[in-house]
Design a protein around this ligand. Structure first.
Ligand SMILES: [Fe+2]
Length: 241
């Protein structure tokens, strides 16, 4: 809305500077012919959200599973085009990594996660959902785990580190429960990642690495739509639905 107003203002100031009614009429007519002024003025991150929503609504209906090249491409393109407007959602918490909600719907949840060095997630699963992790700044390390007795994410007893990889700035990682459990941490003093879950995950398993004991964790947000939300575990009204 703000962008649209700015766009309109700029068109009008141009026409007034001409002091010519005919020019004004011409400019207005041209403006009317613009296919979608609001879209042209949207910030890149807003465009990304719209594209993700479109993808999940029309190309990946409820129940779609497996990695999606289209989704990966959307995230990959955004973080490699040099946009910095994700910064508007990047709120760091001194006590741990922070989950900052950007958008949500029935099919997906998008957030900006901020990591200071030393801030690390517990070993966790993804509740049967898909998770994409796009590193917008810094460098993340992903350590994957499997139960030793089954070499899968279902088992008993000790967990084994099955793989350690880095997710560099400008690259996108992907994980599901079919692949592994994992831990994420920052290798840089500051890292920021854009996480997309389909579907949203409100609660997950946390694993003790030595005993395999599982505890349930409710997932909250540090901020929602740029507002601090210390007591909310579920998103407030999805603003863009
Ligand atoms: Fe994860």
């Amino acid at each position: 809305m703000i962008s649209l107003e700015n766009s309109t203002r700029s068109i009008h100031s141009h026409s007034h500077s001409q002091h010519n009614q005919g020019v004004h009429a011409t400019v207005s007519k041209l403006a009317d012919q613009q296919p979608d002024q609001s879209e042209l003025c949207e910030k890149p991150f807003e465009q990304l959200v719209k594209q993700i929503r479109h993808e999940f609504t029309f190309s990946q209906p409820d129940g779609t599973f497996g990695n999606s090249q289209a989704i990966e491409d959307l995230l990959n393109r955004y973080i490699n085009e040099g946009h910095k407007d994700w910064n508007e959602y990047a709120f760091f918490c001194p006590y741990g990594y922070s989950r900052n909600l950007v958008a949500c719907g029935e099919q997906f949840e998008l957030m900006v996660i901020c990591w200071a060095k030393g801030q690390v997630s517990p070993i966790h699963n993804h509740e049967g959902q898909r998770c994409w992790m796009a590193c917008a700044k810094g460098q993340l390390q992903e350590t994957q785990f499997l139960f030793e007795n089954t070499m899968s994410t279902h088992g008993e007893g000790k967990l084994l580190e099955s793989q350690v990889t880095t997710i560099d700035e400008g690259s996108v990682g992907y994980i599901t429960d079919e692949i592994a459990l994992h831990v994420i941490q920052s290798l840089e003093p500051v890292s920021v990642s854009i996480h997309l879950y389909s579907k949203p995950i409100y609660e997950c398993n946390i694993y003790c690495p030595t005993t395999g004991k599982i505890t349930r964790k409710k997932l909250g947000y540090y901020t929602q739509y740029k507002e601090h939300s210390p007591n909310h575990n579920k998103p407030i009204l999805c603003q863009q639905e």
